[in-house]
Design a protein around this ligand. Structure first.
Ligand code: NAD
Ligand code: UDP
Length: 310
């Protein structure tokens, strides 16, 4: 098949492209290189089945494809808050352009949505039926509400135009190829520990997250995209739940670092807890994560040891 991956030069997109190329598909990577890097996909550049379009997903997309994965959007809070209006445009116009292309080509379209659509959840763990608790006017809203309208557009193109749609709600995912400057907690703690710098704990560190290793997530993406008719959203994530203090302790132990933990103000609207209910993914995709946190952290630490300029 001929497959478009928007945001394909980013962390998740480049791992997805590796799997699609290994399965002999033709792949087009569309990216504006805001947080993505050419080096993430350069090992495919010599293949005649691969090409890169340098473009903003906010502009109409012109190509012929069978399937589209829409991943273009900065994912880390510092990056998506750097230009919040462009993040909102990326979320809305990006989804719209992808869906228009899907309608024109008769392609199946896949949306990378997020656990952020649950906001600061009052229900724990979060099933897909939970409608969320999101602040519409806070510093995270450009992303959270952007991803919510993305889900709305995908659902309406499916209902109104019969476009085949798939929506994944991704819970915090980590692994090799995250940027050292990404700003999300796993890469921050690992990079800080390896550099012997203080680990920056926001708040008291009692907030929780559930961390999924990238290989597990991408397997879930592929199963969902291949599903014959699953058009409602599916949570993909690892239900193991950890406080940020537990994460810091584990990173310090695995890196054998002597770094200290320092405490900083908690950013506003920072969700207190997050853990996916993955019953639906288990049932319809026969999917569950295989890689536990320590194993995944070990692989990520090795990556940063080899790729970090100190
Ligand atoms: P990333 O920042 O590494 O990748 C995003 C990619 O999109 C980058 O290559 C970036 O250059 C590109 N991009 C950003 N804005 C663009 C635009 N306007 N036009 C074209 N390209 C643009 O982040 P990631 O972790 O790989 O996330 C990929 C997708 O998955 C995002 O949509 C994100 O919201 C979603 N997601 C990720 C996580 C996670 O934990 N990694 C969690 C929830 C949702
Ligand atoms: N966090 C932290 N130190 C950091 C970066 C993040 O304590 O250097 C916290 C952040 O406040 C949040 C959690 O770690 O409570 C996860 O943050 P991340 O940005 O990775 O993802 P998100 O908040 O979007 O789930």
């Amino acid at each position: 098949m001929r497959i478009l991956v928007t945001g394909g030069a980013g962390f998740l997109g480049s791992h997805l492209i590796d799997r699609l190329m290994a399965a002999d598909h033709e792949v087009i990577c569309l990216d504006n290189f805001f947080t993505g890097r050419k080096s993430n996909v350069e090992h495919h550049l010599e293949s005649s089945r691969f090409r890169v379009i340098e473009q903003d997903v906010c502009d109409p997309i012109d190509c012929e494809v069978d399937r589209i994965f829409n991943l273009a959007c900065p994912a880390s809070p510092p990056h998506y808050q750097a230009d919040p209006i462009h993040t909102a445009k990326t979320s809305f116009l990006g989804a719209l352009n992808v869906l228009e292309l899907a309608k024109r080509c008769g392609a199946r379209a896949f949306q990378a949505s997020t656990s952020e659509i649950y906001g600061d959840p009052e229900i724990h763990p979060q099933p897909e039926s939970y409608r969320g608790c999101v602040n519409p006017i806070g510093i995270r809203s450009c992303y959270d509400e952007g991803k919510r309208i993305g889900e709305t557009l995908f659902s309406d193109y499916q209902r109104v135009h019969g476009v085949e749609t798939r929506i994944v709600r991704i819970f915090n995912t980590y692994g090799p190829r995250m940027l050292a400057s990404d700003g999300r907690v796993v890469s921050n703690f690992i990079v800080q520990a390896l550099r012997g710098e203080d680990l920056t704990m926001y708040g008291e560190g009692l907030q929780t997250r559930s961390f999924c290793f990238v290989d597990d997530l991408i397997e879930g993406f592929l199963r969902l995209m291949d599903h014959p008719d699953q058009s409602t959203p599916v949570n993909i994530g690892n239900p193991g739940e950890f406080t940020m203090l537990e994460l810091a302790e584990t990173v310090l132990r695995l890196t054998e670092s002597k770094s200290k933990v320092t405490f900083h103000p908690l950013p506003s609207d920072d969700p207190r807890q997050r853990k996916p209910d993955i019953s639906l993914a288990r049932k319809v995709l026969d999917w569950e994560p295989k890689i536990a946190l320590e194993e995944g952290l070990g692989k990520t630490i090795s990556y940063f040891r080899n790729n970090l300029s100190t």
